[in-house]
Design a protein around this ligand. Structure first.
Ligand code: 4F9
Length: 256
């Protein structure tokens, strides 16, 4: 996977990528990420990349030309077909499906902007796709670009024990995670669920699936809409719901 990030803060992007899973993916050559700084493509002696907005108002706008030249340089470092992706709150919401789609490409260019925004003519002519990581405003696109790169790196073949071929998709992919426990068995009087210590692998798998389904139903019911659960999943979720109702009843009748 050949990627490039266009950013005024290449050191920040490189330092963040060097840690953890992305760092290992880079060292193992499963992922490559170049950085290109638009400031290196400015054409005045101050290396100016921004200017005052037409129509007035606060803040500055990134100029087309340095950005356009930086994207041109970035495109030369990635495969021909690599799309240019701009990180912006105005973009399509990034999710695991988009991470998997990007991971299946030979590469892509991410553009992280600073200031109040970029000249719209840059977006119109140079950008293939706009992505948002959520409804909040950041000080720049770098953290959003790093979120995208991290999520993509995690699903690349050969990273985190993913199979070298065939799409990376796991059994629990479209559900919230089940709870996790480790030693000691009892913490402040609270025991880990006994099934996890039973050695019964089938019972453990059922418990995890029931918890994943139940937590998704409780916390993110939207993730279960328009989705056909298997008969086995429906039974597990029904068990979870009954258990939850019984707990609620017990709580309601517990002495104060
Ligand atoms: C980009 C916010 C993507 C959310 C870029 C300021 C951004 C962002 N998702 N905020 N620059």
């Amino acid at each position: 996977m050949q990627t490039a990030v266009v950013t005024l803060f290449p050191d920040v992007v490189e330092a963040a990528l060097a840690a953890g899973v992305t760092g290992r993916a880079l060292r193992d050559l499963k992922l490559h990420c170049a950085t290109v700084n638009p400031r290196d493509f400015a054409d005045d002696r101050h290396n100016t990349v921004d200017d005052r907005p037409f129509g007035g108002g606060p803040g500055m706008v990134m100029m087309v030309d340095p950005l356009k030249r930086a994207v041109g340089a970035a495109k030369a470092l990635v495969p021909e077909s690599a799309p240019v992706v701009f990180l912006t709150p105005q973009g399509e919401r990034f999710d695991q499906r988009i991470a998997a789609d990007l991971a299946a490409l030979p590469g892509f260019v991410l553009v992280a902007a600073r200031y109040e925004g970029v000249d719209e003519r840059f977006v119109a002519t140079q950008v293939d796709r706009e992505l948002s990581i959520g409804d909040y405003v950041l000080s720049g696109g770098e953290l959003a670009a790093l979120v995208v790169l991290d999520a993509v790196a995690r699903v690349l073949p050969g990273v985190l024990g993913n199979p070298e071929s065939a799409p990376a998709d796991s059994y629990m992919d479209d559900l919230l995670d089940c709870p996790h426990y480790t030693r000691p068995e009892v913490v402040d009087g609270v025991s880990a669920p006994s099934v996890l210590l039973s050695g019964d692998h089938g019972a453990v798998a059922d418990w995890r699936r029931r918890e994943a389904l139940g937590r998704t139903w409780q916390r993110r019911p939207d993730m279960l809409l328009d989705r056909d659960l298997t008969a086995a999943d429906r039974t597990l979720l029904a068990d979870y719901i009954v258990k939850t109702r019984l707990n609620t009843l017990e709580d309601a009748h517990a002495p104060q």
